[in-house]
Design a protein around this ligand. Structure first.
Ligand code: SAH
Length: 246
C-alpha cells in the first residue's frame, strides 16, 4: 500500500494516438495496479473496443472513466508538470531524466494545486518533437542498446511503478510559495514572447533557426511558477507599450 494517495489522484496518464486497443487496456491495468486511475487518450485510432476491455482485466473501471481529447494540448490543460516519455534521443535534447528521478519530481509536486501528466507516444512513431517540447522533461527508460523501444503498456508500467514506489516515501523538499504555471499559461507566454521578439527585430519568422525551441526548453527546464510567469508577461507588456508610444 502506498501511504500517499493524494499524488496518485493528481496524475493523468496520456496516450497519444494509440493504434492498438489492446495496449490501451493493458495500460489501464498497469495503472490500476499502481494506484493510478486517470487515463487520457488523444485521438485514439480504435476506442472503445472489446480488446481494450479484455486486456484491462479488472481495470475496466479505468477504461470507463477515460477522457478522450483531440489534441495533446487539450489533454495537458491545467497541468503544471508534464513528463514526456521517449526511447529516442532528439537533435535538440530535452532535459533528460530516468523514471526514478521523474517519479521523485512527481512526488515533489504533490502539494501544487495543478495536475501532473505523464505522456506516452504512438506505438509506431512515438512522440513528435513538438509534442515532447510541450513537456518539462524527457523521461527515458534505460534499456539494452540492441532494442530500446518498449511496448507502450510496459512503458506505462515502469513509470507507474516508479511513481508508486516514490510516493511511499515523500521527500522533505521545501514547500514552494507559489503554484506552478500550467501548460496553457506557458503556451500564452511563449506566444507573447515570440511576438515581442519579432516586434523588436530579434526573431525572424522567415528564418527562425531553433530560437523558439531553445527558449521553450529554457523555460520548461525552469518550470516557472505563476508569479514568475506574470512578472515576465508584465515585462513583455512594458516593452510592447514602450514601442507603441509615439
Ligand atoms: N518507435 C517509437 C517507440 C514507440 S514505443 C519511437 O521510435 O519513438 C511507444 C511509447 O512507449 C513511446 O512513445 C514512449 O512513450 C514509450 N516508450 C517505449 N520505450 C521507451 C523507453 N525506452 N523510454 C521511455 N519511453 C519509452
Amino acid at each position: 500500500m502506498s501511504n500517499d494517495q493524494a499524488v496518485q489522484s493528481k496524475i493523468r496518464v496520456v496516450l497519444v494516438e494509440t493504434s492498438h486497443p489492446g495496449n490501451i487496456g493493458a495500460a489501464a491495468r498497469a495503472m490500476k495496479n499502481m494506484g493510478l486511475s486517470r487515463l487520457y487518450l488523444v485521438a485514439p485510432e480504435d476506442f472503445p473496443n472489446e480488446k481494450a476491455v479484455f486486456r484491462a482485466a479488472s481495470a475496466a473501471d479505468v477504461l470507463e472513466q477515460v477522457v478522450v481529447c483531440s489534441t495533446l494540448q487539450e489533454a495537458i490543460e491545467g497541468c503544471s508538470l508534464v513528463l514526456g516519455t521517449s526511447a529516442r534521443q532528439r537533435k535538440i535534447p530535452w532535459p533528460l531524466v530516468t523514471p526514478k528521478v521523474a517519479a521523485e519530481r512527481v512526488v515533489a509536486h504533490r502539494l501544487d494545486p495543478s495536475d501532473i501528466a505523464v505522456v506516452f507516444g504512438r506505438e509506431s512513431k512515438g512522440l513528435k518533437n513538438e509534442e515532447l517540447q510541450q513537456c518539462h522533461f524527457h523521461v527515458n527508460i534505460p534499456t539494452s542498446e540492441a532494442y530500446s523501444s518498449l511496448n507502450l503498456a510496459m512503458a506505462v508500467q515502469v513509470l507507474s511503478y516508479e511513481i508508486f514506489c516514490a510516493s511511499g516515501e515523500p521527500n522533505s523538499e521545501v514547500v514552494w510559495d507559489q503554484p506552478a504555471a500550467t501548460s496553457e499559461a506557458l503556451e500564452h507566454f511563449f506566444g507573447h514572447l515570440e511576438n515581442t521578439l519579432e516586434t523588436v527585430g530579434f526573431h525572424d519568422p522567415d528564418n527562425p533557426r531553433q530560437l523558439m525551441t531553445r527558449l521553450r526548453r529554457l523555460f520548461m527546464r525552469i518550470n516557472p511558477d505563476k508569479m514568475e510567469l506574470s512578472i515576465l508577461r508584465g515585462f513583455l507588456r512594458a516593452i510592447n507599450d514602450m514601442i507603441r508610444k509615439p
